[in-house]
Design a protein around this ligand. Structure first.
Ligand code: SAH
Ligand code: SF4
Ligand code: F3S
Length: 458
């Protein structure tokens, strides 16, 4: 570890004319990851480059998440940890971006005097101007939902080369108003980006080395962007992206069961570049709870949908999101969730304890005892872990495509992702990052697989 320390010491020295350094910490979903990259590029216009050290930064940006109470509270504990840095360096600027910024706005300035600016997810194209205002002594807050397209207004930084995988936000916001969820309030109404711009951005990513693109949206399969010949669906966009040479894999997340259209199901059957993996949250297996959650579908609707998807693509791997302990959830409701999980057979799933969020309809209802939530979470997680293990073991002995991303911890080892999104470790491996190779899976560990390269025929 001596070399990086030396480099750090040099970096931390007083290089007056060097670029300013921006440290971004990202919480929450992949859309925040995408937004953080855009903010970093935009701040290039103000002479910033990114750093991975907070104590070395001229500006620190926390890109925050408001989805559960714990996620939101993390921001304030992080601000407490940053306080000494600000004391040591009064020129340091601290900004709050993302969904906590949107939800709490001005309140953040009152609660946290170290904060210099607050910018919502829809206005970060204005961040460079806000940073200048903060340097001039103001404490700007901007949480508008502006008419203009922020992606088009972002200052363009220099093009950097990229790793083999990238996110591309195609849709933002949500009109579904599930009774527990803050997203419709923090991200606003559903808006889809025009297809031509997305194709342009995708081509640009591919030119810079990207081989796999994950299309992002809070309701990505509700995509309805303006195309050259009318409104495009997500399936249409996927098919157009699939025509880009050099782009090998396409994924999308997160989907809502009610927007799983026939053309998208068909694409899973016949579009080879669309990967056989689908994140399709259902939240609960009880019709009573689904109704109270305002999900607007039943457990049967969901199971029938999975059946149709598997008919189109029999090896489709499924993942989901579940909330346990929604207000009013009885033992039977929870058993129905376990039953649905058994009926589907997930490759993986995220499980959450219900968290009452201010301003959402469900927050009006009495919460269940914490111990009950813990017990249900534990039981659901155990079932999902069992299914995840079974799904991984079923891969042993099979040959899969692996897109290599980086070197592993062991010498000569490379790590990549399979078509089914399993992390795959290959030892003694001559594949380079960005190469797609056939790998025979030989073993399964708790959260990854290992395998060996299948020799390429001469
Ligand atoms: N748009 C996606 C998911 C958005 S948030 C969808 O409709 O599925 C990601 C996940 O967080 C949700 O699927 C849900 O499982 C969980 N979540 C959202 N609000 C929550 C809350 N108040 N308490 C606990 N979990 C929550
Ligand atoms: Fe939240 Fe429901 Fe919208 Fe998903 S569909 S973002 S859970 S309101
Ligand atoms: Fe969190 Fe906002 Fe994403 S609340 S999950 S960062 S949309």
């Amino acid at each position: 570890m001596t070399a990086p320390k030396e480099t750090a010491a040099i970096q931390a020295g007083p290089i007056e004319a060097g670029p300013k350094k921006l440290f971004i910490k990202t919480y929450g979903c992949q859309m925040n990851v995408y937004d953080s990259e855009r903010m970093a590029e935009a701040m290039g216009a103000n002479g910033y480059v990114t750093t991975d050290r907070a104590d070395d930064a001229d500006m620190i940006l926390l890109n925050t998440c408001h989805i559960r109470e714990k996620a939101a509270e993390k921001v304030y504990s992080e601000l407490g940890r940053l306080r000494p840095l600000k004391d040591a360096n009064p020129d340091l600027k601290i900004g709050i971006a993302g969904c906590v910024a949107q939800a709490e706005g001005e309140e953040i300035l009152k609660r946290a005097p170290v904060v210099d600016l607050v910018v919502g997810p829809q206005t970060y194209h204005r961040l460079p101007a806000m940073e200048q205002a903060a340097r001039a002594g103001a404490r700007p807050v901007d949480t508008d939902f502006p008419e203009e397209d922020k992606f088009e207004r972002l200052p363009k930084g220099p093009r950097a080369s990229r790793g083999p995988t990238a996110f591309l936000t195609v849709q933002e916001g949500c009109d579904k108003f599930c009774a527990f969820c803050v997203v419709p309030y923090t991200r606003g109404a559903e808006v889809s980006r025009p297809a031509e711009r997305l194709l342009r951005e995708a081509r640009d990513l591919v030119e810079r080395g990207v081989r796999e693109i994950t299309l992002l949206g809070q309701n990505v399969n509700g995509y309805h962007g303006e195309g050259p010949d009318g409104t495009w669906t997500l399936a249409r966009l996927v098919r157009a992206l699939a025509e880009i040479d050099g782009l090998w894999r396409i994924r999308y997340t997160t989907s809502h069961p009610n927007d799983m259209t026939d053309d998208l199901i068909a694409a899973h059957g016949d579009e080879a570049k669309l990967m056989p993996y689908l994140h399709l949250p259902v939240q609960s297996g009880s019709d009573r709870i689904l109704k109270a959650m305002n999900r607007k579908h039943t457990a049967q609707d969901y199971l029938r949908l999975i059946e149709r998807l598997r008919k189109a693509r029999p090896d489709l791997a499924l993942s989901g999101d579940f909330i346990v302990g929604f207000p009013g959830e009885t033992d039977q409701d929870f058993e129905d969730t376990l039953g649905l999980v058994r009926a589907v057979g997930y490759h993986s799933a995220f499980t959450f304890k219900y968290s009452a969020r201010p301003g959402t309809p469900a927050a009006e209802r009495p919460v269940l005892p914490e111990a009950l939530l813990d017990e249900r979470l534990h039981r659901l997680q155990a079932l999902i872990t069992e299914q995840q293990k079974a799904a991984q073991l079923a891969q042993v002995g099979r040959e899969v495509g692996v897109l290599f991303e980086k070197t592993g911890r062991l010498p000569g080892q490379m790590v990549g992702k399979s078509d089914y999104l399993h992390a795959v470790h290959v030892g003694d491996c001559d594949a380079k990052p960005g190469e797609l190779r056939r790998v025979r899976i030989t073993a399964s560990a708790p959260n990854s697989l290992s395998g060996e390269l299948v020799p390429v025929p001469a």
